[in-house]
Design a protein around this ligand. Structure first.
Ligand code: BG6
Length: 506
């Protein structure tokens, strides 16, 4: 449904990777589905010197290469809406030129002052661009709304995040700022809310009385690819844990919001973050494991180790794997360990939440392994999106042997409707002014606060090991030591929802 107002969408960093891989293909998908407003202009801005036509032809290629939607018939029509201006980001005069270009496009296409500014630039510019936009009054809403979209990471640590917050709030109102965390745009992440709060059967069990522990994995099979430069200043903790994984924790652990109002939902997530038990400095080595991938053979092909990747220092100590154990100190979760892990160059790409239920109080049947009576609910975010329930059944034949069986729902069975990509959903939300799926400052700051001891310890304490792991494996074995029950390990998920095991077909 098209319920967006006419506007101009300005993308800073328009010559970058995110613009071509995600943003423009997502905008094209919205265009094909008639979800863009009648009058819409995309203005790309970055340092490179392109003409409008050069930009259009690059974006045309990108739309076809990084295809979001099957229909390619309208690409030519769409690219007519694209324009480009080169900009030197810290030059004041360049913003006046930008403002003039926006004004002339407005006039040409008869669009009022509604404007979105998307910062898809290196994070070091997140403070500079909004300030300069304000200097030429491009933050003023007298002639139409102005919105600012900021990519993650919001800050580098707690201190820099506070500084950035204060800087932005000097010229922009909180409701004008949209902090994007693309995990929140994933259909299956939103489905966490629906699974939990539309089913009476889960809620009574969703607490410390019935849940033994919660495990969240976000694994990637790719390495850092061409992003070594960025990743060196980030690492797995900042790149994935501080934002994506903690947001998934928030949705898994939150109380039911009073309504679907964005503030009601964001408040409940914030409360989870405020209840995270602070990690003591001296405990970091026992509750946080870091690793870095080493060169290895994957399916017969030699792949480089992290230190051999482009843009990475030969002696880099940046982690490409991070696993944490922590607690949420509230009535629902008191005493329930949460285990989260993420890594690059793991065996497969998979993101999932696993709820491990407590065993029965007295197990009557023959038991082959420690988890014979432990039920698991696996909520698969990607790929093979769906939900898997594992429970015990009698093995046919004499005696009362129990075996675990699977009951799986695959999201693809729900309908043959295509699932919109995360960026498609979030870009459309920014056009509607719906901030439900965007992180608020307080959440971001709480997340940094929680991780500060780990960040500091990994930076300063040379005795905390950085484990190497061969590319294509499940990361450092030491991460298994985090699991309290020594007879249990992490779940080793495969591509298919129902399969698991360290050596499964990937
Ligand atoms: C990004 C990270 O935010 O998320 C990347 O910067 C990571 O390093 C990506 O690869 C993972 O996203 P997805 O949607 O593929 O799980």
């Amino acid at each position: 449904m098209n319920n967006t107002e006419n506007h101009i969408y300005v993308i800073f960093g328009a010559s970058g990777d995110l613009t071509k891989r995600k943003l423009v293909p997502a905008l094209y998908a919205l265009f094909v589905q008639k979800m863009l407003p009648e009058k819409f202009v995309l203005l790309g801005a970055s340092r490179s010197d392109f003409s409008d036509d050069e930009f259009r032809s690059r974006m045309r290629e990108a739309i076809i290469k990084f295809k979001e939607i099957d229909d390619e018939s309208q690409v030519d029509q769409f690219v007519k809406k694209l324009f480009y201006t080169s900009i030197s980001f810290d030059d004041e005069a360049a913003y006046q030129k930008l403002s003039d270009r926006i004004k002339s496009l407005r006039k040409e296409f008869n669009i009022n002052g509604n404007t979105i500014f998307y910062l898809s630039t290196p994070p070091s510019l997140y403070g500079i661009i909004p300030q300069k936009l304000a200097a030429v009054e491009l933050n003023k809403q007298n002639d139409g709304w102005k919105r600012l979209i900021i990519e993650k990471p919001f800050g580098y640590d707690l201190e820099s995040a506070i500084q950035l917050k204060e800087l932005l709030l000097k010229d922009w109102k909180e409701e004008q700022i949209y902090r994007i965390d693309h995990y929140l745009g994933k259909e299956t992440v939103q489905n966490l809310l629906v699974t939990r709060f539309s089913n009476g059967i889960f809620e009574p069990l969703w607490n410390r009385n019935y849940i033994n522990h919660v495990e969240i994995t976000s694994a990637e099979s790719i390495g850092v690819e061409k992003r070594g430069g960025y990743y060196e200043s980030s690492g797995a903790l900042r790149d994935m844990v501080q934002n994506h994984l903690l947001q998934v924790v928030g949705l898994t652990a939150m109380e039911s919001p009073s309504s679907l109002d964005p503030i009601a939902i964001r408040n409940e997530i914030l409360k989870v973050f405020q209840s995270l038990r602070p990690i003591k400095k001296e405990d970091v080595k026992n509750v946080a494991i870091r690793g870095q991938y080493l060169s290895s053979k994957i399916k017969g092909e030699q792949v480089p180790g992290y230190r051999e990747e482009e843009g990475v220092k030969p002696k880099s100590v940046t982690e490409t794997y991070a696993a944490l154990k922590f607690y949420i100190d509230n009535w629902r979760w008191g005493g329930v360990p949460f285990y989260i892990r993420t890594g690059k160059r793991l065996p497969t790409r998979v993101t999932e939440v696993v709820i491990h239920f407590k065993p029965t109080p007295h197990f009557l049947f023959s038991q082959n392994d420690v988890c014979q009576s432990c039920n698991q609910l696996v909520i698969r975010i990607q790929p093979d999106e769906g939900i898997l329930l594992k429970f015990g059944m009698k093995t046919p034949g004499s005696g009362f042997d129990v075996q675990n069986v699977n009951m799986a729902f695959h999201y693809s069975d729900l309908s043959n409707q295509r699932i919109p990509s995360a960026y498609e959903r979030l870009l459309h939300d920014t056009m509607k002014g719906d901030s439900t799926l965007f992180a608020r400052t307080e959440e971001v700051l709480e997340a940094w606060k929680f991780l500060t001891p780990v960040i500091e310890c990994w930076k300063n304490d040379k005795d905390v090991p950085l484990f190497g792991y061969p590319a294509g494996t499940w990361g450092p074995q030491n991460a298994d030591d985090l699991i309290e029950n020594k007879k249990m390990t992490w779940r080793y998920p495969c591509k298919n929802l129902a399969d698991d095991g360290v050596y499964c077909e990937l």
